[in-house]
Design a protein around this ligand. Sequence first.
Ligand SMILES: [Zn+2]
Length: 78
Amino acid sequence: MVYCSALNCQNATSGVYKNSTVTFYGFPLHNKLLLKQWIHNMGREMGTPSKHQRLCSKHFEDNRTIGNICETLRSPFE
Ligand SMILES: [Zn+2]
């Protein structure tokens, strides 16, 4: 099971907090600028996320943020 890493967000891929209306994305660890934006979207200060952490689509207002760059980072846990 995968949980969203954002503050006050309990969306998960399964279990009690399962939310099938959102998509989970892995962090763009190779794109520092984008990564910074993602961390900002999470609403909390943190260091570099691990490659196992996910952020759900609820935290993206602008589809372009997810857009092409993240297409390849799409989590298999949808
Ligand atoms: Zn979330």
